[in-house]
Design a protein around this ligand. Structure first.
Ligand code: BGC
Length: 369
């Protein structure tokens, strides 16, 4: 009796020790995981509550109080001098539409889900005749009502002419049904070095604000085609990740805090986070860095429902991933105030108001971290 009692006690003690050891090693690995990866996947609102899927409504006159002026003149933005050969065209002052009634909150001509046309896209010359209501530079305002939002669509670009054609063919029809006032800015990186998507988006923001008092930006990959026009390209109350469900990802969100593909931010939100980092050369990470910036500034990512925010992705070859992306993600919080919109530098090689879009060709310098 005495011996078996002792055996039971020894067994209980051993099992308890094992449980405690296992628990400690779990704690240890969780801690290390946090040290290895930056905490990019946790979005909390001001009260510490997790916030991701959040359908927004936009109150009347939400954006009408503040006019945001030409940004490229701001003392914080250093533009390398444009090449002397480039004539920078100025935009016509838009027609005064203040007497028109405000457009309805829900645009009346939406179709819902529609067929994205990617196989039979007309060539550029024909496309140009298809959108007679566009102004130079691919700008549009509805003719019979005053748009509720002034939206700059910023498209980072290089060497994807077929994609650009399909994008323009689909997006103009889509946006015009939404009765937004918009301009399309295709920002092309010159040369053959690694692509810097984030820096091109900073350039697009600066150049768009230099042209007009846009209220918000939609940063848009050229290969993503929206499939449902209820996915309204409006100015968001909180930054909005638009490309929630993409065919390539089986129409599922790859992870909660993704902010790549298509995303919308107001000019104020963009300024608050100091735009995108300029240090991400090559594929990946720049959108995660922006998600971190949003969290640091107590903004959170909102989304439309996945059955509406659907996209088709055009096919393209794999791009080379940036091996340095994790390094810059770790140090993101330290760099937010000095690496971004306020440290942006570029050389503007060309700016053309084409019939379907504003084309900006730039050379991007490597900036010091
Ligand atoms: C990259 C992001 C990218 C996402 C989806 C992540 O691993 O860091 O930049 O948007 O994958 O492809």
């Amino acid at each position: 009796m005495g011996r078996s009692y002792l055996t039971v006690r020894v067994l209980v003690l051993t099992v308890s020790c094992l449980v405690v050891l296992e628990y400690m090693s779990l704690l240890q690995s969780a801690e290390n995981a946090d040290k290895i990866r930056p905490s990019i996947f946790c979005m909390l609102d001001n009260h510490g509550v997790k916030q991701t899927h959040f359908l927004q409504s936009f109150p009347r006159d939400y954006y009408t109080t503040e006019l945001l002026g030409a940004d490229a003149n701001s003392s914080n933005l250093f533009l390398l001098p444009p090449s002397p050969k480039v004539a920078v065209p100025t935009l016509n002052v838009p027609v005064n539409r203040s007497t028109l009634p405000e457009c309805p909150m829900i645009p009346p001509n939406l179709q819902g889900k529609f067929n994205v046309e990617i196989d039979e896209v007309p060539d550029f010359a024909e496309l140009e005749t298809m959108f007679p209501s566009l102004e130079a530079g691919g700008r549009y305002s509805p003719s019979d009502c005053r748009a509720r939002h002034r939206v700059a669509i910023i498209v980072p670009y290089r060497d994807r002419e077929e994609h650009l054609k399909a994008f323009l063919f689909n997006i103009h029809r889509f946006l015009q049904r939404q009765q937004s006032e918009y301009g399309i800015f295709v920002v092309e990186q010159s040369g053959k070095g690694p692509f810097n998507r984030a820096m091109l988006m900073n350039v697009g923001a600066a150049e768009a604000l230099n042209q007009y008092t846009y209220q918000c930006f939609i940063f848009h990959d050229v290969d993503l085609m929206p499939e449902d026009d209820r996915n309204l390209y409006t100015c968001p109350i909180q930054p909005r990740h638009m490309s929630v469900s993409i065919d390539k990802f089986q129409y599922r969100l790859p992870y909660d805090e993704i902010f790549g593909g298509v995303s919308a931010m107001t000019v104020d939100q963009f300024r608050l986070v100091n735009g995108f980092s300029n240090l991400f050369w090559g594929w990946g990470g720049e959108d995660d860095d922006m998600a971190n910036r949003l969290r640091l500034k107590k903004l959170f990512i909102s989304r439309y429902p996945a059955n509406i925010a659907r996209y088709k992705m055009l096919k393209h070859g794999a791009e080379k991933a940036n091996p340095e992306r994790f390094k810059y993600l770790y140090s993101g919080a330290k760099r937010i105030s000095k690496d971004g919109y306020n440290s942006l530098k570029y050389r503007k090689i060309s700016l053309e108001l084409k019939p379907l879009y504003t084309w900006i060709l730039v050379e991007l310098p490597k900036l010091k971290p």
